[in-house]
Design a binder for this molecule. Sequence first.
Ligand SMILES: [Mg+2]
Length: 301
Amino acid sequence: MAGEFDFIDWIRRQQRTSEIVQVPAGDDLAVLKWNWPGRESDLLLVGVDQVLDGVHFDSAIHSPRAIGRKVMNRNLSDCAAMACVPVAALVSAALPRGQDIEHARELYLGIKEAADAFNCAIVGGETGSWKGQLVVTVTILGGADGIPPVKRGGAVAGEHIYVTGPLGGSLLLDRHMNFVPRIIEARRLASGNRIGGMIDLSDGLSRDLRQICTESRVGAIIQADLIPIHDDIMKARRDERAPLEHALHDGEDYELLFTTAEPVVGVECHRIGHTTDDPGIWLDRGGQLEPLEPKGWEHPL
Ligand SMILES: [Mg+2]
């Protein structure tokens, strides 16, 4: 069965090119030219992200407020990936039939709490109830506001690869439900540095790095001993997988992964490797190169 990324590629091939569409489907957000007569021009960034009960959260464990925060923060994290400013969001929720209005209110308050932290207005939406489980979808609108959007495809060979924070174990202690999207860091990075490619780490380092490399037509070598490993792995190890495996493949870290040629100024971050002309993606374990296979999360279709 085709994976999510093949499906996105297929959708992209169906579309005609347009002067208005500057970045089509396939990046963290699409970028549109938004010129109205008599107004200062800006770029509109737009994207949509959905969370499903049993896939992205578990309503038996997680509160509606936490679920609301997560879906909004995932969208805000996509804004961070493009270094744009979130402006407004629309929310659509399919509520399980029979659930009380208090539940829906809590969900909304979680969404609002996350949105308020970045001055993002909730400007509309839709609710319905059905016999299925909870599904929440947020459409996000952002503006470039003076900083050109940073794409996945902007990396070139010979750049350093960085992450903004430690990785792995996001599911072990529920960090995936409670994270701060790196919008402030992204704006600082993109205004003070020449960033090549950037993505937010939602699907795991091994898979998201591949997105940057594929879109940019470069390869990469990651140094195993430079990858910052999150404390959560040590605090909550419930399996035999090595900490490095968690950091490479777990996903839902929501840190930024980016490339740049110069040392980074203005934001604390960790250099983990470099991009190459050769298209392969490798993990360097003490001088031994092994292929870094993408094992992160891919939504089944
Ligand atoms: Mg993303």
